[in-house]
Design a binder for this molecule. Sequence first.
Ligand code: FE
Length: 205
Amino acid sequence: MANIDPTALFNLSYGLYVLTAKDSATGRDCGCIINTAAQLTAEPPRITIFVNKQNYTNDVILKTGVFNVSMLTTSANFEVFKHFGFQSGRTVDKFADRDDPRSANGVRYLNQHCNGILSGKVVDALDYGTHTLFVAELTEALKLNGEPSLTYDYYFQHIKPKPEAKPKRGFICKICGYIYEGDELPADFICPICKHGAQDFEPLS
Ligand code: FE
């Protein structure tokens, strides 16, 4: 057996981003939260993003090949995560009551709680089971302000509400705080709020 301590993976650091796209067939804007965006190469300028396939935005990017990454700052509040992370673009139009601007590629981006945007044009989309790994050419990069970038760790420490009264037995979603009550968490359980799988739950102590 490989010696894999899953908690060791929690020591990786991540940022948090709103990933947006536009469905060219319907004209509909969509967006979701991702924690994996990175520069791949400087020459040519390329970035990677890793997107859960349950996200409607994943489907749209597979079709259009165009997206924006809005880099969130520490000024972001929990509402941003509830709005973009805890509901699905398959059932909700997340931009219905918003007037977020569009970048040169026609895709919306956040100009609040965001210190910059990266526009990507997909050059490769690799299916990794639960997620798609997109490699994209950078078509535009804008710095909006000097606010500090939000890290995943900062989100957990300062933004995500702390769970209140806990039931005796159950499992808590480490992403959004949803509590599954019961003695055993099914291996294929998907969080109804944030759509993360059983691997992102931990037993209530
Ligand atoms: Fe969750």
